[in-house]
Design a protein around this ligand. Structure first.
Ligand code: G2I
Length: 467
């Protein structure tokens, strides 16, 4: 009896250990398994985003799902050229500002889509060609990327510039006809306008190793070898019923060039393979350290541009689909952590017109004039035949209410456009004066303006006069 009881006791004790171990494992698993896409992606340093529109931010159930699940957003249409510059030099940032405010209030990052694209251009740009169009493109990038400077995680600087099919050629467009260098000019201009944003080239039908993705690969390799600023490649991934077997290999070869890869517009035709493919895409990204984030092109199926395809992760009532579970499980299974260098720039960075902190002293070669006034320094981003200059104006020991910078552009060079300053002249000695919002600069503080010019050469240290 005694023996039986002690055996029973031992069995019960052993069972308790097994049970409590199992429970501990279960608790540990559920503690490490994040319950939303954004939180699960963040565990390996990635983001999981969705495309949306400002007019959907308060629409239910879109808003609830967007705010709960995603830690990144992108404007489906409202940061495109036709929307942000409907008339030449008249900018409309309202919808984009709303999207950014929404994201920042919730700790989400923002992808910028897109600075230049052959499609969805405003009518005035569609009618342009040659130098006028090239200058309009540069001005557009300066003004749009400048407006949201410091607030965009990654910009699709150029979208869909390569032809479909096996040619590996550039797509014909009014932009392409301004000269083959239009893409690198766009990237250099974007870097100067927002030095913290990652600059991406974005395209579709590039979801495997094929002639189009190889042409883009060759362009990125060329850009890296010549120092053209490019940080990432966006693979849109609008997908059908099967995944290209070289999908991951293709991501890896771009990563091996030294750029990040982002899955930028993921949606997959609903059908028997949808959930499986969503899992495959997620695992492929997680397997490559430099694949830093995934964005789905919409939140609820009825939001999608692919009418009737139901290609997203939530149905029209906001219910999670099997595809959602496939993605979440893949994210929670973990993957290669992203390298520390691919950390996104802080979304809390000040906008361009805000003076940088006083600790950012101007170079020693241009001490502030004694007794007040201001000084100016220039940094240039040049390519053969043109440059973008960023000019920093720093107040002396007393605050100032206005400033004028006189600088000498190189002989043969000509200023084509300026931002955050009024300009008189375009060759030789050119004067730039503050605009209404950046004339007041506190003692020792700085503000910046910029301009674009054609030509080559360097600019001597400019003079600065305070008022
Ligand atoms: O076409 C799918 C995507 C391919 N890659 C680039 C993305 O920017 C593109 O997005 C789509 C949007 O999802 C659509 O919503 O771009 C389309 C335009 O090419 C967008 O469609 C347009 C409609 O065609 C217009 O009729 C409409 O006025 O959206 C406009 C704004 O609602």
């Amino acid at each position: 009896m005694k023996t039986v009881r002690s055996v029973r006791t031992m069995v019960a004790f052993a069972a308790t250990i097994v049970l409590s171990t199992a429970m501990a494992v279960a608790v540990a698993n559920s503690a490490s398994a994040a319950s939303t896409l954004g939180a699960a992606a963040a565990e390996s340093g990635r983001y999981f985003g969705a495309a949306t529109n400002s007019f959907m931010l308060n629409r239910q159930p879109h808003a609830t799902v967007l705010n709960r699940e995603f830690n990144s957003i992108v404007a489906e249409n409202e940061m495109k050229w036709y929307h942000t510059e409907p008339n030449q030099n008249q900018f409309n940032f309202t919808a984009g500002d709303q999207l950014i405010a929404h994201a920042r209030a919730r700790g989400m990052t923002v992808r910028g889509h897109t600075l230049v694209w052959h499609s969805q251009q405003p009518q005035w740009a569609r009618n342009m060609s040659g130098t006028a169009l090239r200058n309009a493109m540069i001005n557009h990038i300066n003004r749009v990327a400048g407006h949201w400077r410091g607030q965009i995680h990654s910009w699709d600087v150029v979208n869909e510039a390569f032809a479909d099919g096996g040619s590996g050629a550039r797509r014909d467009s009014n932009l392409q006809r301004t000269g083959n260098d239009w893409i690198e000019v766009a990237f250099r201009t974007a870097r100067a306008a927002d030095p913290n944003a990652k600059l991406c080239y974005n395209d579709y039908n590039t979801d495997g190793i094929n002639a189009k993705s190889t042409a883009i690969y060759n362009m990125v390799r060329d850009f890296k070898s010549r120092g053209v600023p490019i940080d990432c490649v966006g693979l849109q991934s609008h997908l059908g019923t099967s995944l290209d077997p070289t999908y991951q290999q293709n991501i890896q070869r771009f990563a091996d060039l030294g750029v990040d890869v982002q899955i930028t517009e993921l949606d997959i035709l609903q059908g028997s393979n949808q959930a499986n493919m969503y899992g495959q895409v997620t695992r492929a990204c997680l397997a490559v350290a430099r694949c830093t984030g995934i964005t789905v092109w919409g939140v609820l199926d009825p939001d999608s541009w692919r009418t009737g395809a139901n290609p997203l992760l939530f149905d029209g009532n906001g219910n999670k689909k099997p595809a959602y579970d496939a993605v979440l499980n893949a994210l929670n299974a973990g993957g290669n952590p992203t390298p520390p260098t691919s950390a996104p720039p802080a979304t809390t960075a000040p906008p361009a017109t805000t003076a940088p902190p006083a600790t950012t002293a101007p170079p020693a070669t241009t001490p502030p004039p004694p007794g007040g006034g201001c000084s100016a320094t220039v940094s240039m981003n040049s390519w053969n035949g043109g440059f973008v200059a960023t000019v920093r104006v720093t107040a002396g020991p007393a605050s100032i209410n206005g400033w004028r910078v006189r600088l000498t552009v190189p002989s043969g060079a000509s200023v084509t456009n300026a931002w955050n300053a009024d300009r008189s002249g375009n060759t030789g000695a050119v004067d730039f004066t503050n605009v209404s919002y950046n004339g007041q600069v506190g003692a020792g503080q700085s503000t910046e303006f910029g301009f674009q010019a054609s030509g080559n050469g360097s600019i001597p240290t400019p003079g600065c006069t305070a008022s």
